[in-house]
Write a protein that binds this ligand. Structure first.
Ligand code: PGA
Length: 251
């Protein structure tokens, strides 16, 4: 049984006081759940206060990015050890906005993913096709490349703990959600590829999250699909009310 993960990607929103209020609002609503993991991923500047505010709850902390070196002259970057030190369990790697605006590639995603494991962080590796790629029937080719180049090279022990987020780029922040059938088709394909790279038993344990305009109104149906093991939520994770409803999709 794969334990569902509901993760909130706050992107570049929430200063420290707003982060405190949001985490407290979540802790009081969904902070005691233990049959699913509830993860919040604030901007770097709000990680510490989020960690403090979630103490005593089951909420978990994640970062939105990291660099693959431990330390050094890398102005503006954040090391994995710094994230661990601040209380992070998870780190999002290769979000499509990082790929689109900050030049991340499958090769950098792979370096970061491996380094995250070595540093004791669990990576949430994002993949997904653009609208142009979907319209030219390249979805599966793109997904296969992103998985083979971005998410390979782990030991079986590490791979079991990998989290993949399928986020069709055309569904992010657009209000256009993939239908549950479209999402399930992609998730099933991703699991098949993971089975080829690692082993079927390993792939069965890997959690694959859906992301892209997840809202309280569509979360139940999406989460009900066989190969969808949770969600990576942007916009709807910025308010305690809406994110809590997504977290409790089946309750
Ligand atoms: P969205 O973002 O829920 O606002 O579409 C999802 C994401 O980018 O992770």
């Amino acid at each position: 049984m794969r334990k569902p993960i509901l993760a909130g990607n706050w992107k570049m929103y929430k200063n420290t006081q707003e982060a405190k209020a949001l985490v407290e609002g979540l802790a009081s609503r969904v902070g005691k759940l233990s049959d699913r993991e509830v993860v919040v991923c604030p901007p770097f500047t709000s990680l510490a206060i989020a960690a403090e505010s979630m103490k005593g709850s089951n909420l978990k902390l994640g970062a939105q990015n990291m660099y693959w070196e431990d330390k050094g002259a890398f102005t503006g970057e954040i090391a994995p050890g710094m994230l661990r030190d601040t209380g992070c369990t998870y780190v999002i790697i290769g979000h499509s906005e990082r790929r689109q605006y900050f030049g991340e590639t499958d090769a950098t995603v792979n370096k970061k993913m491996k380094k995250a494991f070595l540093s004791g962080l669990l990576p949430i590796v994002c993949i997904g096709e653009t609208l142009a790629e979907r319209e030219s029937s390249e979805t599966f080719t793109v997904l296969e490349r992103q998985i083979r180049e971005g998410a390979s090279g782990l030991s079986a022990e590490e791979a079991r703990k990998l989290v993949v987020a399928y986020e069709p780029v055309w569904a992010i922040g657009t209000g256009k959600t993939a239908t549950p059938q479209q999402a399930e088709e992609a998730h099933k394909f991703i699991r098949q590829k993971l089975a080829e790279i690692y082993a079927p038993a390993v792939a069965e344990e890997i959690r694959i999250l859906y992301g892209g305009s997840v809202k309280p109104e569509n979360s139940k149906e999406l989460m009900g699909q066989a190969d969808i093991d949770g969600a990576l939520v942007g916009g709807a994770s910025l308010e305690p009310e809406s994110f809590s409803k997504i977290v409790t999709f089946d309750l």
